[in-house]
Design a binder for this molecule. Structure first.
Ligand code: ACO
Length: 429
């Protein structure tokens, strides 16, 4: 059986044999299909990239129909069950293999050496209004790091790239915590490198006054898992943004800020915040059927449900749902959990959702946990960005080292006016 596909252009009767590799054809191979020699040639038209592979990747595998997610081949359930720390998983995602003891020690050391931010970064953050959204502060501050590390522009230098990776993974929790404390008017707490990645973040967030801060094991574990579950998700909106921005060979701080901006929207990383608003608006169990009816009538969406890729239960949502109960043992049950469970129960049986294969996604339960742990709503996308920075950087590194990649530049189908002459203001209708 030949690995080719034959296309017959019915406009001309011409036949074209295009090679198939990994179940794809090269879009550039379509260009030979034309009616006249001087035509541009055929392109694929794919708004929102519904069926276009923009790269080859060895980082994350998703089978959306079966609800499978793997980092570097390891199923997410096994990773969540066995990983000892977030940085162990970050190493796996970035380097492709699980680290041995020495590799992990070195990796940890290198990242922990970069958790502090320059004092001027603090000054910069102080310039934001007291009520500035922490995601806005986060995005701007990450972008500003490019001015502190001008050598980061040397993106073709592997050593320089590695150093920026340490810096970004090390500093994003610090920036996130400072953004939160700024909004509360609380003094910043500096990183404690004796703690784990998640433990240090909890301390920088919640330590009050001079009393020592004791990290709660369950909450530290829950946050570690949440960071792990968000570490990468192949070519989603923010990761594609990272690759597109990075393809112009700008520094990784600017690219990461752009990716974080893409993450902020309610259809992407902002969805967990939207879930809480939705549950709040529903208010009580008795209003759930009415709310479902409104969604089915097209008057809104069931936030935290549906996914471009998963047409099955999001495997991350399964892990989070289980963990929610462990967290609530410590924090007390989030009163909105019952509404969420009821929404899920109805939606999983209702024909509208079943037919469209709408299942809970990662954001459906993560917000409830974050809220129970004391994180304010507007910090939710920032928490997502802390975990995802690892994935963005892994994809950025892969993009830069892939000889097939070039500056990103999609095509368009132009349907505007043909050529016409300029009309002076006085003659315009
Ligand atoms: N509630 C109700 N109906 C929905 C929902 C939802 N959450 N999601 C999709 N649908 C319906 C659409 O109305 C559409 O119905 P139709 O065929 O009758 O027109 C059908 O399902 C397909 O929806 P699309 O919008 O075409 O699906 P798409 O793949 O473009 O969107 C998305 C995916 C953006 C995630 C969508 O499901 C959504 O808006 N969900 C809510 C927001 C959310 O939870 N986002 C987080 C995603 S996970 C993440 O980013 C980490």
């Amino acid at each position: 059986m030949a690995d080719t596909i034959t296309i017959i252009d019915n406009r001309t009767g011409k036949k074209y044999d295009l090679p198939i590799q990994h179940d794809t054809i090269k879009a550039l191979d379509l260009r030979q299909i034309k009616v006249k020699d001087d035509e541009f040639g055929m392109m694929g038209y794919d708004p929102a990239f519904m069926n276009t592979a923009s790269c080859v990747s060895k980082i994350t595998y998703i089978d959306g129909d079966k609800g499978i997610l793997r980092y570097r081949g390891y199923p997410i359930e096994q990773i969540a069950e066995n990983a000892q720390s977030f940085l162990e998983v970050a190493y796996l995602v970035l380097k492709g293999e699980l680290p041995n003891k020495k590799q992990l020690e070195d990796w940890r050391y290198n990242i922990k050496m970069h958790t502090m931010v320059h004092e001027n970064v603090k000054t910069l953050m102080e310039g934001f209004r007291y009520d500035a959204h922490p995601m806005g502060i986060f995005i701007s501050t990450v972008a500003a790091l490019s001015t502190f590390y001008p050598e980061a522009k040397q993106v073709r230098n592997a050593e320089v790239r590695e150093k920026q990776i340490y810096r970004l993974i090390g500093k994003v929790p610090t920036i996130a915590a400072f953004a939160y404390r700024h909004s509360k008017g609380m003094p910043y707490v500096y990183p404690d490198n004796d703690l784990t990645y998640a433990g240090n973040f909890l301390k920088m967030m919640f330590k009050a006054g001079e009393s020592p801060y004791k990290v709660n094991d369950t909450l530290e574990h829950a946050l570690t898992i949440l960071f792990i579950l968000h570490a990468d998700h192949e070519q989603n909106c923010s990761t594609s943004a990272m690759r597109v921005i990075g393809s112009s060979e700008c520094d990784p701080y600017s690219a990461t800020a752009g990716a974080a901006a893409a993450l902020w929207g309610p259809l992407h990383g902002g969805a967990n915040e939207a879930v809480i608003h939705m549950l709040d608006q529903i208010g009580s169990m008795k209003n759930v059927p009415g709310f479902i009816k409104e969604v089915k009538d097209g008057k809104g969406r069931l936030m935290g449900f549906g996914h471009r890729v998963y047409k099955n239960y999001d495997p991350r949502a399964k892990v989070i749902k289980k963990m929610a109960y462990e967290v609530f043992e410590v924090t007390g049950r989030n009163p909105m959990l019952d509404i969420a469970l009821e929404l899920e129960r109805i939606a999983l049986e209702d024909e509208y959702f079943v037919k469209r294969k709408l299942y809970p996604n990662v954001d459906f339960y993560s917000g409830l946990i974050y809220q129970a742990m004391g994180f304010p709503l507007d910090l939710f996308p920032v928490l997502f960005a802390i975990g995802r920075t690892t994935g963005w950087l892994a994809q950025w590194e892969e993009m830069l080292t892939d000889p097939e990649q070039k500056i990103s530049r999609p095509r368009q189908v132009y349907l505007g006016s043909g050529s016409r002459n300029w009309v002076p203001t006085i003659d315009r209708k």
